[in-house]
Write a protein that binds this ligand. Structure first.
Ligand code: AMP
Length: 433
């Protein structure tokens, strides 16, 4: 093995190459199109944040902070962490920028890499991507309905039709304490059956027991009190309103009284969407309200709601290919003598057909092999970066070069046409259909 080939991507990370990377780009383009149509602008926050930010927001006793963060000391001894999620960074950025200088309500979306030290498996990576959105500054149920409507708009645009939201309402404030006490009282008599982590959770943060993957814990929780019985009047009214708004908006949901989500900052509404085809890692997105986070982070008390979609999982279960169909103009020089002319031809085509791909064959393989390659792309070459609706082979041989013409063959109809170079930008063959 040569020295270079012994390098491997770090465990749990992966390279995305075309056509896979083009699918991710298409999903992100759809997110941008849908989210911006609701007034959400993109925010990009640093991949590195101070460790303290996540400990304070996501919560010390969560799995994420407790055992999944990539944390290290920099050269000056500061503790930094590769972000395990993006909401904390968004909240930090908004407070740091000065919320009074930002529009209210604040509508932001993001996409980017997140890092968690988990056991890699199908749908679970150590570096993965999330696409999310945050609506800050609106307390009412209409804000929950807006983000869920936008989310479904996006999912439907990608072709999903069978998805349903699992919805719950988690008590906040004093009611959360009462709920935690009731959970403790239920679990304590059976605490000896719990693993060490979960036993610690009983005392420190019993809501986190619902995140446990241990079947023993799940069995003990089966008869435990659930969130809905502990809601105060405001939370109960909010939850009822969210449900009626979702029904009115045609968003399918089911109530899941044990859903709490693995991050401490969630209060009131929490939701998740799961999908088949992913094995155990079946949650494609999660979200909810985080009405206390801004104040907890030292900012003004601003209500907020948001979600994060696992982009890697989404791409794995998408019902169809999200890449747009594009026409390929395959510029094929007869020999290397025609390369310079071919490059000019390709340029003129790009000018006339901005949505198309104009690719110049530089292999020097000549007409017959070049045509074979072009046909292979049209018939669906799985390694080609783009989804191709039609291929037009633009042959430029010595004759075309001396006469400043091109010969265009449309592969599916086998139609052939000779055009003067000057007509390429004007006579847009693609537009005739
Ligand atoms: P969370 O930030 O934990 O609420 O997760 C939101 C979504 O991110 C989940 O529903 C998953 O789709 C995705 N996700 C979380 N962790 C991972 C991971 N390790 N690998 C891939 N996707 C993940």
């Amino acid at each position: 093995m040569s020295p270079a080939s012994s390098y491997r991507a770090v465990k749990g990370t992966r390279d995305l190459l075309p056509p896979e990377s083009e699918k991710f780009a298409a999903v992100e383009a759809a997110a941008r199109a849908v989210f911006s149509s609701y007034g959400y602008g993109e925010i990009r926050t640093p991949v590195l944040e101070s460790t303290e930010l996540f400990a304070r927001s996501v919560g010390e006793t969560t799995d994420i902070v407790h055992k999944e963060m990539y944390t290290f000391l920099d050269r000056k001894g500061r503790s930094l962490t590769l972000r395990p999620e993006n909401t904390a960074g968004v909240v930090r950025a908004a407070i740091e920028r000065g919320l009074e200088r930002l529009p209210r309500p604040l509508r932001l979306w993001y996409t980017g890499e997140q890092f968690r030290y988990e056991r890699p498996q199908k749908g679970r990576y150590r570096e993965f991507r999330q696409i999310g959105a945050e609506l800050v500054g609106v307390a009412g149920a209409a804000s929950d309905a807006e983000v869920l409507t936008m989310l479904f708009d996006f999912l439907r645009r990608l072709g999903f039709s069978q998805l349903s939201v699992s919805l719950n309402c988690v008590p906040g404030g004093q009611a959360r304490e009462t709920f935690a006490d009731a959970l403790r009282a239920h679990v304590r008599p059976q605490a000896s059956r719990l693993n060490e982590d979960d036993r610690r959770r009983v005392e420190e943060n019993p809501l986190r027991l619902f995140d446990s993957k241990d079947p023993e814990t799940a069995a003990i929780l089966a008869g435990a009190p659930t969130t809905l019985a502990f809601l105060d009047a405001d939370a109960a009214a909010h939850f009822a309103q969210v449900k009626s708004l979702l029904t009115a908006a045609g968003i399918p949901f089911t109530e899941s009284p044990t859903l709490v989500r693995g991050l401490d900052y969630y209060t009131v509404t929490v939701f998740e969407v799961i999908s088949g085809g992913l094995g155990a890692q079946n949650a494609i997105l999660g979200g909810g309200r985080y009405d206390n986070l801004f104040a907890d982070m030292g900012g003004p008390a601003l209500p907020a709601v948001g979600f994060a979609i696992g982009e890697d999982r989404l791409v794995e279960v998408m019902p169809h290919d999200p890449r747009p169909l594009r026409e390929l103009w395959y510029v094929l020089p007869g020999s290397s003598d025609e390369f310079s002319y071919a490059l000019r031809v390709a340029d003129a085509i790009r000018g006339a057909h901005p949505a198309a791909v104009a690719e110049t064959d530089m292999s020097g393989r000549g007409f017959s092999k070049g045509f074979a390659r072009a046909s292979q792309i049209l018939s669906g070459d799985a390694t080609y970066p783009f989804r191709v609706s039609e291929v037009r082979v633009v042959s430029v041989g010595s004759e075309e070069r001396s006469e400043q013409t091109v010969k265009i063959k449309t592969l599916s109809s086998r139609q052939e046409e000779v055009l003067p170079f000057a007509a390429l930008g004007v006579h847009a063959m693609g537009e005739k259909r």
